[in-house]
Write a protein that binds this ligand. Structure first.
Ligand SMILES: [Zn+2]
Ligand SMILES: [Zn+2]
Length: 277
């Protein structure tokens, strides 16, 4: 970490972090029910069998901090691993990590890996394009340890389109987990296609993420209720865009008594082996 002008960087990051958190969390501050739930979760504390976080953004995409900061935080939390999952978002905006940049990140991670006992899982949060193609070629995805598939866009065509893209992600051989599955699809459509979606996920050995981001809490609550008896694999993700946000793993405490711990990837020493099985 010596290569950074640490003090300046931390100050800058804190300013960015505060702005981001204010925007994202304003929904929570305005909603007493969500506020109460978060405080219950935080009181319950950190899930003792959480061995790592599987959804993290660094400043290689739109995360606030350099990669090493999240690694140090993972050490502090006593994690065995963390997955770096910066956005692909090729040609969809200013924040992106195209295949070339991703290949550079892989090399960079190998360097950082030498300085920590925490396993750094080389992941990416992969977008799907309107035509159903993923942002990276199979050859590039082959080099990643972990692909988190995400529908961030419905391309102006609404929830049915988002559902179609979700199903394509579930069939893709490289995708392991579906990030925030209700994004763009919505509760109603997801709920009415539940059996079909779960069947596709199980057939293709995919997991659904239970997002621990407070402003996705209602969606996560819905997923927990719908999936609790479906024996489908799950993954806990803080979707951290800042280091402090990694502490939101505690939010999972709200739901753990309703979920089968054997189906949660983060409770395994080797989550990738579990997700493959
Ligand atoms: Zn996302
Ligand atoms: Zn994300």
């Amino acid at each position: 970490m010596e290569e950074f002008s640490r003090k300046k960087l931390v100050e800058e990051c804190e300013t960015m972090f505060l702005k981001r958190i204010l925007i994202r969390f304003s929904k929570v501050y305005d909603d007493p029910e969500l506020r109460r739930k978060i405080s219950v979760a935080l009181d319950k504390g950190f899930p003792k069998n959480a061995k790592g976080d599987l959804h993290i953004h660094t400043n290689w995409s739109d995360g606030t901090y350099p990669l090493e900061f999240y690694v140090r935080k993972a050490e502090e939390l006593g994690y065995k691993y963390l997955a770096i999952t910066d956005h692909s978002l090729v040609n969809k905006g200013t924040v992106q990590m195209d295949a070339q940049k991703f290949l550079k990140q892989l090399k960079y991670i190998e360097k950082v890996q030498k300085s920590t006992p925490v396993k750094i899982i080389k992941g990416v949060e992969m977008d799907i394009n309107e035509n159903g193609e993923l942002d990276y070629s199979a050859e590039i995805m082959e080099k990643a340890d972990f692909i988190l598939g995400a529908v961030h866009f419905d391309y102006g065509k609404g929830e049915e389109k988002a559902l179609e893209l979700l199903k394509i992600l579930l069939e893709n051989e490289y995708v392991k987990v579906i990030a925030h599955p209700l994004n763009k699809v919505g509760k109603d459509l997801f709920g009415s296609h539940l059996d079909e979606i779960v069947e596709i996920a199980k057939r293709n050995k995919k997991a659904f993420e239970i997002s621990l981001v407070p402003d996705r809490m209602r969606e996560s609550e819905f997923l927990v209720e719908k999936l609790r008896d479906k024996s489908v694999k799950l993954s806990l993700g803080t979707d951290s865009h800042s280091v402090k946000q990694m502490e939101l793993m505690s939010v999972a405490s709200l739901w753990l008594d309703r979920l089968n711990a054997n189906l949660i990837a983060n409770f395994y020493d080797d989550p990738l082996a579990f997700l493959k099985s």
